[in-house]
Every structure is written in structure tokens, then in C-alpha cells.
Design a protein around this ligand. Structure first.
Ligand code: ACO
Length: 397
């Protein structure tokens, strides 16, 4: 009998830049108050990337931590997916930068942009590829540098967003449980409600910068209405697809946008508010990083035990939404590795950096060799030509 191929989350990790920006600090730069931000959103502080933290470097740190928990050699990864709306560049893709930095030398890599739903969309895509037998081990990362597309003079948005990254390792297994069902959706007619118009349609060298097109723009109340409707709908969809009811669910790990959205969703789902995990107070809205940041905190807070059923649900720009139902397989203590194992892994990560440097050096030497070979040919041809020219007329023919 063929073994069923299930998909388990075997590793998890997150990274938040050390710089904490409190509501009081923001109140010094825009007309707002700590009380307004707490009351209307639930946010108390957020992390902001410094000049050395980028979407790819934060993703790499979170990815390394997830691999460490999984006890997986990066060379055994088949695919790296980075979900982000703030990639380092348009090209090369951020996932390839992460793949290189991790030393995941056999992995394919691609970016995915579905705004705040991106991480769960990544889980849905990775699960499909693993379940169908294409890949065995996939790293899914959500990473954002939202502070770099935030208009720090717009009090309607700048109080909401923060930076950070979170990652999970998904692996094939014949054990029951793991990712049970996934759902995704989109309504592009609401694309204008939440946007950053940085791209090729409005080139950056035009009036785009002076018009502030490089900043997040949001119709807060409209997005709020959409979020409250879609969060409960998407959560219910993945639970019912597994033949379960909300009473069978132990924890919801939602996109962290606004605590009031979570309260409305709890009411709509008739689900206890205390079983909807929130760490919004500490990080604000980190878009695609928010669900994995919350997942890792929930695990570390002891809110997820082996056998628990958990729904992750995200919604955001696009408009997009996604949800997945997971039967959790591990407790943190099942994922403790010996000191030796950890030091070997640490050495391999260091080696990955050296290998990447050697690859670049090898590519440079190969291109130098090509150039020198071409020059030698040209010189040899020139010499042959001038020898021919020196010969008497009868011999030249
Ligand atoms: N401080 C003080 N006052 C403020 C602030 C602020 N930071 N921001 C807005 N206000 C004022 C407004 O100017 C307005 O004043 P007015 O009545 O005099 O005009 C008043 O507060 C109410 O403004 P609203 O926009 O109606 O405030 P609301 O209660 O809707 O809260 C918020 C705004 C927090 C943005 C809310 O709408 C929200 O959370 N929306 C959903 C956001 C979301 O879920 N995003 C998810 C996706 S994110 C992504 O994909 C990247």
C-alpha cells in the first residue's frame, strides 16, 4: 500500500530587528497619541530595521533559526519561497539571495507577493508541491521592511506598520496530521484600497517620488470592513473542508493588523477571544511576516502542543486572503538538538558564506580566463596576418 504523503511543519524561527519604536516616539513626529493607537489598534510598539537589516538578511536569520529547529542541513532543502511586498530588489529575487546565504545549494528559489496573505499562500504552494511528490523539504519565509515604504508624515498608516521576518520548514512525512487543508482567494477590484505604487507602471524617476507613490496608501475603514468579513469566512472554509467545526480548533493564529478585527472575527466565529493569538502589541502589522512571527511566539509561549488543531489566516493588499488548518505535530522539547548537532549546523552556515564567496571568485576567474583566451587568439591572428603581409607577393597566395 502506498504511504500517504503528509506535510508537517518541522521547524520554525523568527527575527525582529532590535530597534524598538514606541507609540510615544511616534507621537513626537506625527499628531497622534499612545492612547489613540492602543485603543484603535492594540499596538504598543514596533520594530524598525536599521541600515544593516534588509528583507533578505532578516529572512535569512529567520530561515536559519527554522532550519536549526528542524535539524535540517540547508543542502537538503529543495525550495526556498520568500513572501514579501518589500523585496530587496525587483531583480534578483529575494529568495535567491536567501538561498545563497543559507547555503541551500540544491534548492530552487522564488518570491511571492500576496501582501499580508503571502506567508500562508507560500504554505499552500509548498504543501501542494510536497504532497504531489515534487519536493520533500521547503523553507517558507515571510519577511518585510515596511518601514522603508512607510510615509512617516502620515499618521493614518505610520503608526500601524513594523519590520521583521518569520519562517517555517515544511517536510514530507507518512505520519498523520500536519497541514490538513488550505484556501486562498483574491478580489482585485479592491486593489486601490491598499497600495504601494512602486513598480514599472509609474517609473521611479518620474513624478512618482514627489507624488509619494513609493509609500503605503490605505483606505483604513474599507480594509477593516473587508478584513472582518474575510477572516471568519476563510477560517471557516478550511475547517469545514477538513470535516470539522470551530469547536474542534484549539488556536487561531491570524494576521496581526488590528485587535478590533480579531474581536469582531471571534464574535462572528463564536470562538473564544483568548484562543485567537495576538502579539500585535509588540510588533504592529508586519504584513507577510506577521503570521510566522505570531506562530513562533505562540509556540514559545506554550500555546501549541502536539495534537492541537490550529488555523492560520491572513488577509491584505490585492485584495487577497488565505488560510490553512494544521494539526500540530511537535512540542518545542521534541525539537531540542544536542550541542554537537548545533555546532555542526553553525559551522555549515559559516561555510555557506565562504562557498558563496568562492562561487563568485570562481565565476570571476572563469570570465578572466575567457577574456585572456580571446585576447591570445586575437594576438595570434594579428601575428599571423602581419607574417603573411611580410611574405613576398607570390608566397602570400
Ligand atoms: N492618531 C490620531 N488620530 C488618527 C490617527 C492617529 N494615528 N489615524 C487616524 N486618525 C483620525 C482620523 O484622521 C479620523 O479623524 P476625523 O474623524 O477627524 O477625520 C479618525 O481618527 C478616525 O479615522 P479612521 O480612519 O476612521 O479610524 P479607524 O477607527 O478606522 O482606525 C485604522 C484606522 C486603525 C487604520 C483601521 O481602519 C484599521 O485597522 N483598518 C484595517 C487595516 C488592515 O487590516 N490592514 C490589513 C492589511 S495591511 C497590508 O496588507 C500591508
Amino acid at each position: 500500500m502506498a504511504l500517504s504523503r503528509n506535510v508537517h511543519i518541522t521547524g520554525w524561527g523568527s527575527y525582529a530587528p532590535p530597534r524598538v519604536v514606541t507609540n510615544e516616539e511616534l507621537a513626537r513626529i506625527v499628531p497622534t497619541t499612545d492612547a489613540w493607537i492602543r485603543e484603535r489598534t492594540g499596538i504598543e510598539e514596533r520594530r524598525i530595521a536599521d541600515d544593516h537589516d534588509f528583507t533578505s538578511t532578516m529572512a535569512t536569520r529567520a530561515g536559519r533559526r527554522a532550519l536549526r529547529v528542524a535539524g535540517l542541513d540547508p543542502g537538503r532543502l529543495d525550495l526556498v519561497i520568500v513572501a514579501s511586498l518589500t523585496p530587496d530588489y525587483l531583480m534578483p529575487n529575494t529568495a535567491s539571495l536567501v538561498q545563497d546565504a543559507l547555503g541551500a545549494s540544491h534548492a530552487a528559489a522564488f518570491d511571492l507577493n500576496a501582501a499580508c496573505s503571502g506567508f500562508i499562500v507560500g504554505i499552500a504552494v509548498a504543501s501542494g508541491l510536497i504532497r504531489s511528490g515534487v519536493y520533500d523539504s521547503v523553507l517558507v519565509v515571510g519577511s518585510e521592511s515596511l518601514s522603508r515604504v512607510t510615509n512617516w508624515t502620515d499618521r493614518g498608516t505610520c503608526v500601524l506598520f513594523g519590520d521583521g521576518a518569520g519562517a517555517v520548514v515544511l517536510q514530507a512525512s507518512d505520519q498523520p496530521g500536519g497541514v490538513l487543508t488550505t484556501a486562498m482567494g483574491s478580489d482585485g477590484s479592491g486593489g486601490d484600497l491598499l497600495s504601494v505604487h512602486l513598480g514599472t507602471r509609474i517609473p521611479v524617476y518620474s513624478q512618482a517620488l514627489s507624488a509619494g507613490e513609493n509609500y503605503i496608501k490605505m483606505n483604513g475603514p474599507e480594509v477593516f470592513r473587508f478584513a472582518t468579513r474575510i477572516m471568519s469566512q476563510a477560517a471557516r472554509q478550511v475547517v469545514e473542508a477538513a470535516g470539522l467545526t470551530m469547536a474542534d480548533i484549539d488556536l487561531i493564529v491570524p494576521h496581526q493588523a488590528n485587535n478590533r478585527i480579531l474581536q469582531v472575527a471571534a464574535k462572528q466565529l463564536s470562538f473564544p477571544q483568548e484562543r485567537i493569538y495576538s502579539n500585535l502589541a509588540r510588533y504592529g502589522n508586519t504584513s507577510s511576516a506577521s503570521v510566522p512571527l505570531a506562530l513562533v511566539d505562540a509556540i514559545n509561549d506554550g500555546r501549541l502542543r502536539a495534537g492541537d488543531r490550529m488555523v492560520m489566516v491572513g488577509f491584505g493588499g490585492g485584495l487577497t486572503w488565505a488560510a490553512c488548518l494544521v494539526e500540530w505535530s511537535y512540542s518545542p522539547e521534541d525539537r531540542q538538538w544536542s550541542r554537537w548537532h548545533r555546532s555542526v549546523q553553525w559551522s555549515r552556515y559559516r561555510l555557506a558564506g565562504a562557498k558563496s564567496w568562492l562561487n563568485r571568485a570562481d565565476r570571476w576567474l572563469a570570465s578572466m580566463e575567457d577574456r585572456l583566451r580571446r585576447r591570445d587568439h586575437e594576438r595570434a591572428n594579428d601575428a599571423a596576418g602581419s607574417r603573411k603581409r611580410k611574405l613576398p607577393w607570390s608566397a602570400r597566395r
